[in-house]
Write a protein that binds this ligand. Structure first.
Ligand SMILES: Nc1ncnc2c1ncn2[C@@H]1O[C@H](COP(=O)(O)OP(=O)(O)OP(=O)(O)O)[C@@H](O)[C@H]1O
Length: 251
């Protein structure tokens, strides 16, 4: 599963002007947590990974996106999280259309979505303690003062107790680091959480603990979930509905 740091090519290419979606316009579902309409994206224009894909995740809804390896699930997850710019189509988060992606995504839109990737070691700054890792989005958005009030409860709900918060990534297990990455994704209280193969590397008990932490957050905040993976049994148990990548409606 590619991670942000492994997608160097997509991070460095200049952004072309987005193409408008041809054909009939779609009435946006008011307030949907996520709306993708006619999204085309990829890494090479001659071989797009997403061909006009459309997907809606309603407010508070949990949707599982299933598909075989390499079909484009991560690419779609990254577009939904504003980390990858589509060539065409519309991305709406909480009813607002995204006009910028990656570093150009406006903060108020970026903070409506939290994302957890498959490989925590590629997604976590190895220099930070787990406490600093979790608090990073609060610092980056000028909300440092909220850290003492938020961090302990969030770490506890992610199952990070004892001295783990003072350790650095190389001093904890993959499962412990993934718990911290989940807490980081939730620290700004996103309205949509995107989990891209979040538990693929983990054992059954850590998987259950992370799913429980996500569900606790969703119950408390009414947040929506887009869970991407290939474990049909897990996603069908976890989500309100599942969608096959191959069956995503084109525009
Ligand atoms: N940074 C990149 N540069 C070029 N091609 C890429 C890049 N990242 C992914 N791809 C290609 O895009 C296609 C879709 O990849 P993607 O990671 O979205 O699939 P996936 O369904 O998530 O796969 P998996 O379940 O194995 O992680 C693949 O053919 C992959 O090789």
């Amino acid at each position: 599963m590619p991670e942000p740091t492994s997608k160097a090519t997509s991070e460095t290419t200049p952004e072309p002007t987005p193409e408008p979606i041809p054909g009939p316009t779609h009435e946006p579902a008011p307030g949907a947590a996520l709306e993708l309409r006619g999204v085309s994206a990829g890494y090479d224009r001659r071989a797009p990974v997403l061909h006009g894909a459309s997907l809606t995740v309603d407010d508070g809804e949990a949707v599982g996106l299933l598909g075989p390896s390499g079909c484009g699930k991560s690419t779609l997850a990254r577009v939904a999280a504003l980390l990858h710019r589509p060539w065409a189509g519309t991305v709406r988060l909480a009813g607002r259309t995204a006009h910028g992606f990656r570093h150009r995504a406006p903060r108020e839109l970026r903070t409506t979505v939290g994302v957890v990737f498959q490989q925590p070691r590629l997604a976590a700054d190895p220099r930070l303690t787990l406490a600093d890792l979790i608090a990073e989005p609060l610092r980056a958005t000028g909300r440092r003062a909220e850290i003492p009030g938020r961090l302990p409860a969030l770490a506890a709900s992610a199952g990070l107790g004892g001295d783990l918060l003072a350790r650095r990534p190389h001093e904890v297990s993959d499962g412990q680091l993934q718990r911290a990455c989940l807490a980081r994704a939730l620290v700004l209280r996103p309205r949509l959480l995107v989990c891209d193969e979040m538990t693929a590397m983990l054992d059954a008990s850590t998987t259950a603990a992370l799913v429980a932490a996500v569900e606790e957050y969703r119950r408390e905040h009414g947040a929506a979930l887009l869970a991407v993976g290939h474990d049909r049994v897990l996603l069908e148990r976890w989500c309100d509905r599942t969608v096959d990548f191959e069956a995503l409606p084109p525009r």
